[in-house]
Design a protein around this ligand. Sequence first.
Ligand code: NAD
Length: 279
Amino acid sequence: MKVHIIGLGLIGGSFALGLKKAFPEVEISGSDASEEHLLKAQELKLIDCAATLEEAKDADVVIIAVPVDVAKKVALQVLDVVGNNTLIFDAGSTKAGLCEAIAAHPNRRNFLAAHPIAGTEFSGPEAAVETLFLQKTNIICEVEKTAFKLQERALEIFQKLGMRIRYMDPASHDRHIAYVSHLSHISSFMLGKTVLQKEQNEKDIFDLAGSGFASTVRLAKSSPAMWTPIFQQNKNNILETLEEYINNLSEFRELLKNDNFQEVFREMERTNHIKTILN
Ligand code: NAD
């Protein structure tokens, strides 16, 4: 199997490592807009060689793992050149804009729109992890628009990487993911900001920070280059989640102000329900 990966950061690099493990005979070429990332990916043996899209257009699989603002353009460029038998899939964290951008392309049936719910706060080729996708969910959108034999090839790859599959329409994907992923990142970034602002006055605050702070602020280490386009593309859904989140914070502040600790207790007790969902 010949695979070409465009974007050799955390996600592209992790696909490369996972595929090498799952399919020992695979040949992987890659490309990246950053010369430094391309060289690093070769040095780390994520890919066997660098290749242009022209050289890689007959690959069995082309994986697009670039930030979501450039993913649309890259997807159209790949669709323009591939033959009938090439599966293209992406990994972008927003799906409605991409699905709309490729909808009318004559080669639409070569494309499978995917979002692996797997990641870390790190980026670039050095962040790649062989087992990143193991036991993670991969959301596939508009599967009926992908040629059946290419769906089968994609499913075989995802299953070999240990992923579970969920099917969703792009609008539902973007709405759900705004709550469970995008809001968590904003909340972590703003918590980090709040503490950093205070730290300028109180030098010791980080010495007092325990594992609770570390785990809630972990996502604030994430790459702005990756997250700004996600917030831009999913703006309307995110604004809705922020409205609800800010209301909840304001209500909590009012309970404290009014010494309503019975309700503070109840709020936390109700939210403890999360234990039954995530362990
Ligand atoms: P990353 O920053 O680690 O890697 C992105 C790579 O794309 C970089 O090497 C960058 O140089 C390259 N790139 C940028 N523009 C390019 C272009 N025009 N052509 C070729 N290469 C280009 O980011 P990542 O975490 O690997 O994210 C990649 C995609 O996966 C994004 O669409 C993101 O939304 C999605 N995703 C990320 C996570 C996560 O937790 N990081 C999880 C699931 C999906």
